[in-house]
Design a protein around this ligand. Structure first.
Ligand code: ADP
Ligand code: MG
Length: 382
C-alpha cells in the first residue's frame, strides 16, 4: 500500500475567528514523503493549521496547495488526506475490520480488494489477529492503531495526526512513536504531525515547525533548532537554555551582549546593537571552575578571572540525574544560570561554592528580547 507523498504548501495562511487571529499568515512547506511536525504550546494554532489542511476549517486568507494545486474549494474527502485525532473516534458498533474498511466502502472499493487492503493495513499496525474484535475490547494503544490503519487504508498521499498519542501513558507513547516512525518509512506518505511534546517531535520528525501564538518561529531539523535557535522562544521551548539578559553590542569581533558589567561574546546573533537582547547558551556548553569550596581547595585554583566569556556566580542548587547533574548558579543580577555536567566530567562544585562559568563564543548566540510579548514557554523541568 505504498503511496507517494504529496507536497503541501502554505502561503500567508490565516485563520481569524471574529477579531481573534488563530493562525497568522504562516508560510510553510511539507516536502513529498516528509515527516513534518507542528510543535508548540497549547493555543498556538497547530490544530487550526492542521484542520485547514484537512478541510475541516475554512481558510480566512492565504494560499493552501497540495502538490501545487489550490485545494480551498475541495471538501475534506476530495483532498486524499488521512487523519488521526487524539480521541480515536472509532465506531463502537463495528468490528475493528469494519472500522478500517469504512473509508473504502465510502469510496466504493469492491469487496475483495477491500478485504485485502484491510488485512494489509491491520498487519502494518500489528493488529492482524484482532480484526474481529469491537473497539471497546481493545486497549487505548490498540484503538489508536486501528485509527491509524483506518486513516491509511486508502493510501492517502498525506496523513495528518493531531496529538494521536496524547491520551496514552508514557511507556505506550514511546513504543507507538517508534511504530509511527516505522510506518512512515514504509508508506512514503507525507506526514504532518501535531504535538506540544518536544521529545516526541525530536524522535519523530524530519523537520519541525515551532509555533507560538499563531505564528511560526522557526522551521528546521531537530539539530538546526537545538544548535541554532533563531529566537529566544525556540531556544527555551526546545531543550533547556541558559540566558544572560542585557543589551546587544556589535563590534569588530561579532555579536555580543553587555551584561553583568562585561561584554559577553557570541559566534552568532541577529539582535540590533543597543536593543534589549539575551545571550543564549545550552547548559551542557557551560563549564564550571571552582573558586572556593572543597573542589577549589583540592585543585589549588587560581582566583583570577579566566580569559574569554567568564561570569562569576554561586552554586544554589544541585540536581542529581544519574548520567548528568544540573547546577543552578546565581550570578550578580540574581539570574539563575543552568549548567549541565556529565557524570564523566564533574567540577565537584557544591551548593554554596563560588565558581566561574565559562563558555566559548561559538556555543552562544545573541537573540533579540521580545518584551512586548509574553512568550516565556511553560514547560516541565526534568
Ligand atoms: P493548538 O492546537 O496549538 O492548541 P488551536 O489551533 O486549537 O491551538 O487554537 C489556536 C487559537 O485559536 C486558540 O486561541 C483558540 O482558542 C482559538 N480557536 C480555535 N478554534 C476556535 C474556534 N472554533 N472559535 C474561536 N476560537 C478558536
Ligand atoms: Mg491542538
Amino acid at each position: 500500500m505504498s503511496a507517494h507523498g504529496a507536497s503541501i504548501t502554505l502561503k500567508g495562511l490565516t485563520k481569524r475567528y471574529g477579531t481573534a487571529t488563530a493562525v497568522d499568515a504562516i508560510d510553510l512547506e511539507a516536502r513529498p514523503g516528509e515527516f513534518l511536525t507542528l510543535l508548540g504550546p497549547s493555543g498556538s494554532g497547530k490544530t487550526t493549521t492542521l484542520n485547514m489542511i484537512a478541510g475541516f476549517v475554512d481558510v480566512t486568507s492565504g494560499e493552501l496547495l497540495i502538490d501545487d494545486r489550490p485545494v480551498h474549494s475541495l471538501p475534506p474527502h476530495k483532498r486524499n488526506i488521512g487523519m488521526v485525532f487524539q480521541h480515536y473516534a472509532l465506531f463502537p458498533h463495528m468490528s475493528v475490520s469494519e472500522n478500517v474498511a469504512y473509508p473504502l466502502r465510502q469510496r466504493k472499493v469492491p469487496k475483495a480488494e477491500r478485504q485485502a487492503l484491510v488485512t494489509e493495513a491491520l498487519r502494518t499496525v500489528g493488529l492482524a489477529h484482532l480484526g474481529h474484535r469491537r473497539p471497546q475490547q481493545l486497549s487505548g494503544g490498540q484503538q489508536q492503531r486501528v485509527a491509524l490503519a483506518r486513516a491509511m487504508v486508502y493510501s492517502p498521499r498525506v496523513l495528518l495526526m493531531d496529538e494521536p498519542l496524547g491520551a496514552l501513558d508514557k511507556k505506550l507513547r514511546d513504543s507507538l512513536q517508534l511504530e509511527i516512525k516505522r510506518i512512515h518509512g514504509e508508506l512514503g506518505t507525507t506526514f504532518v504531525y501535531v504535538t506540544h511534546d518536544q521529545d516526541e517531535a525530536l524522535v519523530l520528525s524530519d523537520r519541525i515547525a515551532v509555533f507560538n501564538d499563531g505564528r511560526i518561529e522557526q522551521v528546521g531539523t531537530a539539530e538546526d533548532l537545538y544548535e541554532r535557535p533563531s529566537t529566544l522562544f525556540v531556544a527555551q521551548f526546545l531543550g533547556e537554555s541558559s540566558l544572560f539578559h542585557g543589551v546587544a553590542t556589535e563590534g569588530a569581533d561579532g555579536a555580543g551582549v553587555r551584561a553583568l558589567d562585561r561584554t559577553l561574546r557570541a559566534g552568532r546573533g541577529h539582535a540590533r546593537a543597543g536593543e534589549p537582547a539575551a545571550l543564549v547558551v545550552r547548559p551542557e556548553r557551560i563549564r564550571v571552575h571552582p573558586i572556593d569550596g572543597a573542589a577549589a581547595d583540592q585543585a589549588g585554583v587560581d582566583q583570577s578571572a579566566p580569559a574569554g566569556n567568564a561570569v562569576r556566580g554561586r552554586v544554589r542548587q544541585e540536581i542529581y540525574l544519574g548520567n548528568s547533574r544540573k547546577l543552578a548558579v546565581e550570578v550578580a543580577d540574581g539570574t539563575q544560570v543552568l549548567v549541565r555536567e556529565s557524570a564523566g566530567d564533574l567540577s565537584g562544585s557544591r551548593p554554596g561554592d563560588e565558581v566561574w562559568l565559562t563558555f566559548r563564543p561559538e556555543d552562544a548566540a545573541v537573540l533579540p528580547a521580545t518584551p512586548s510579548h509574553d512568550n516565556t514557554p511553560t514547560r516541565t523541568a526534568n
